[in-house]
Design a protein around this ligand. Sequence first.
Ligand code: PLP
Length: 384
Amino acid sequence: MTLDELPTPAVLVEKSALEANIASMQARAEANRVAIRPHVKTHRSPSVGRMQIDAGASGVTVAKVGEAEVFAKAGFKDIRLAYCVVGTNKYRRIAELDERVRISFCVDTEVGATLASDFFASRGRTLNVLIEVDTGQHRCGVAWEDDEVVLLAERIEELKGLQYVGILTHGGYGYYGPRGDETKEQALRRWSIQERDRMLDVASRLKHEGFAPGEISIGSTPTMRYFENRVVDGQTITEIRPGNYVFNDLTQVGLGVASLSDCAQTVLATVVSRHRDRDGSERFFLDAGKKVLTSDGAFGQDGFGALLYNARTMVSLPHATISNLSEEHAWASVRGGTTVAVGDRLRIVPNHACVVANMQPKMYLVDGDDVLEELPVDAQSQST
Ligand code: PLP
């Protein structure tokens, strides 16, 4: 089958770029002697996850219990919930998963740890937990510079039903980009060092309080771009958890993490209308709106995705921007006119690949114009 036969909008994944992204992150992990546990929220597709495992990943990372259930059902044996899980329904489902797969989750408060402990201890089970550490993103996590990390580790040791296995952070600040006169590369290196060194500092303090190092798990696609492991006080990062790298997107391009040709995921859309404005500029409309491209922006980029002139060479359509989206339409504006005609099909590199993957029940693995296979998004909308 070729692209012409696909109904649009369709989410495509270019095989060569996907394989190259998986291989290069795997090589980076191996060069730094860390396990790689990709965050599968980016694709929510066991078919893609299997390629990551086949390339050498130690297991997978998920955010939601529902994702863990889908991946466990698909045969994945080692699943880390990089999320502070709270709630009886979720503990019950984790306990069920624990009978079949190796599973761990995060805690970052004494209350959260106690709630989980009460549930699992009363059922005679012990679950592996990591302490989530805030190394600067200020989302969840115990502040890295605080005594609270040690206090929480001590508390977990006292609590029945939980086994402390390590610390985990997400360097989400890698998405903040450069400061002042910094280049993009300098910023990515600085954020990467921050994530690594703050975690090694925490690990060192825990070690001095008698806690075995265990897992020291870090990662985001931007902070992994220039990641270099190091040894501090006999301890080293043990695991990285990038997610977005498997596809990349316009955000990674804007940050200097990837180039357009590293973007494996595109959205194929059809031009359904075209009009000329009084000032001579053209507007044309594609059949992929917010419900496909989502309304996420991208760092340092205008609009809602990059329209490609040539998807083989990943060259963008000159002077064109997707300036607006409605639910079912992308509004493209082109300065100085365009040869794009109603009926043409264009590929768009989205701003944020992880949310786009979740918008459709399946993606298509392609090699240029050839459709190779369907990639079902089996964990689509699994957000509980
Ligand atoms: N770990 C956690 C806890 C995350 O929240 C995320 C992303 O949201 C990742 C890892 C992967 O980050 P990225 O998609 O930037 O690779």
